[in-house]
Write a protein that binds this ligand. Structure first.
Ligand SMILES: *[C@@H]1O[C@H](CO)[C@@H](O)[C@H](O)[C@H]1NC(C)=O
Ligand SMILES: *[C@@H]1O[C@H](CO)[C@@H](O)[C@H](O)[C@H]1NC(C)=O
Ligand SMILES: *[C@@H]1O[C@H](CO)[C@@H](O)[C@H](O)[C@H]1NC(C)=O
Ligand SMILES: *[C@@H]1O[C@H](CO)[C@@H](O)[C@H](O)[C@H]1NC(C)=O
Ligand SMILES: *[C@@H]1O[C@H](CO)[C@@H](O)[C@H](O)[C@H]1NC(C)=O
Ligand SMILES: *[C@@H]1O[C@H](CO)[C@@H](O)[C@H](O)[C@H]1NC(C)=O
Length: 277
């Protein structure tokens, strides 16, 4: 009897902790636009807003060299043409590394486009775009980046939408510098929507995006363990490539929802070695 009681007590406890969200300021702080950052629900949710005067952003206090970075995001609703909301990793070095989710706002009723990009050693120009298959302004959805020394994978609600492999043996750049986890909202009307022709309608301002889930599973390399160590779950062999069911959903999503792929843009690029099999 004692054992069962203990077991159920432990189960309840673990559920309590599982459901408990880390307050924002444990791992993050405000990077810009203080007046447009609002803490909700005891810091378990953050609202970033864009008005005529400023956008805003948050960034992790620490830098990481591998990990699984997740954020739950609810995007600005209604007419958000020209408004860009982001969640990304960034190295803040001169030849910077960067892994981007960029949500490109749209006229009301039109689908939201999600752009991803990869910068390695200062070289970017690796945009891909998919149209989200749900309304990202109605509810929170989870966006995540898995980054280990074999692959970088972008997920939407655990569905892989992009894989960028470590092809450094073929001379292709791969992010290797410590990066911070960041989220922002800003004015991207010069390029983001319909090639920059759809401008922000300021009568709908402020534009607000909500963020949740501020725990970070990443290696800070401060504890002496190498950040490629398989002691970290995201480095273990099962995360070196997609498994069969992930591969299947990856292909399915891309065939149905991808609207731009730099790999296929022969007007812009002659050679993209990382794109060929
Ligand atoms: C954010 O946190 C970092 C690391 O703790 C610190 O160096 C920086 O000054 C902080 N920035 C602000 C605006 O508080
Ligand atoms: C990429 O792979 C090479 C081996 O091909 C390895 O030496 C390098 O450390 C990897 N890069 C990162 C950032 O892990
Ligand atoms: C944006 O520009 C690209 C390349 O010039 C073109 O193919 C595309 O049709 C344009 N899209 C819109 C919505 O104007
Ligand atoms: C801007 O938004 C307002 C309020 O929703 C609307 O009345 C107006 O027609 C919009 N303007 C344009 C150019 O879409
Ligand atoms: C980690 O990287 C080092 C080189 O920096 C390499 O010698 C080692 O084999 C790698 N470990 C794993 C588990 O890949
Ligand atoms: C594939 O990976 C996902 C995510 O890690 C996991 O949930 C699923 O069980 C795996 N499927 C197989 C067949 O291994």
């Amino acid at each position: 009897m004692g054992f069962h009681l203990l077991l159920s007590a432990l189960l309840v406890l673990s559920r309590v902790f599982e459901g408990q969200a880390l307050p924002f300021d444990k791992n993050y702080n405000i990077s810009w636009g203080n007046n447009n950052v609002k803490s909700l629900n005891n810091g378990e949710e953050i609202q970033l807003s864009l008005d005529k005067f400023s956008g805003s952003g948050i960034q992790s206090k620490q830098s990481y060299s591998s990990g699984s970075f997740k954020m739950r995001i609810k995007l600005p609703s209604k007419d958000s043409a020209g408004v860009v909301t982001t969640f990304y990793l960034h190295s803040h070095t001169s030849n910077h590394d960067e892994l981007d989710f960029e949500f490109l706002g749209n006229r009301e009723g039109k689908p939201y486009t999600l752009q991803t990009n990869v910068f390695a050693n200062g070289v970017g120009d690796r945009e891909q775009r998919i149209q989200l298959w749900f309304d990202p302004t109605a509810n929170f959805h989870e966006y995540s980046i898995l980054w280990n020394s074999h692959q970088t994978v972008f997920f939407v609600d655990e569905i892989p939408i992009r894989v960028y492999k470590n092809n450094s043996h073929r001379g292709v750049g791969y992010p290797s510098q410590p990066m911070q986890s960041e989220a922002t909202i800003w004015n991207g009307e010069t390029w983001a929507t319909d090639n920059g022709s759809a401008k922000i309608n300021w009568s709908n301002s402020p534009f607000t995006a909500q963020f949740q889930g501020f725990n970070i599973e990443g290696c800070t390399s401060s504890n002496g363990i190498k950040c490629n160590s398989t002691k970290f779950w995201w480095n273990s062999k099962q995360f070196w490539k997609l498994n069969h069911s992930q591969e299947k959903s990856y292909k399915d999503i891309r065939s149905k929802h991808m609207v731009y792929d730099y790999c296929k843009d022969t007007n812009r690029f002659q050679t993209t070695p990382e794109c060929s099999k």
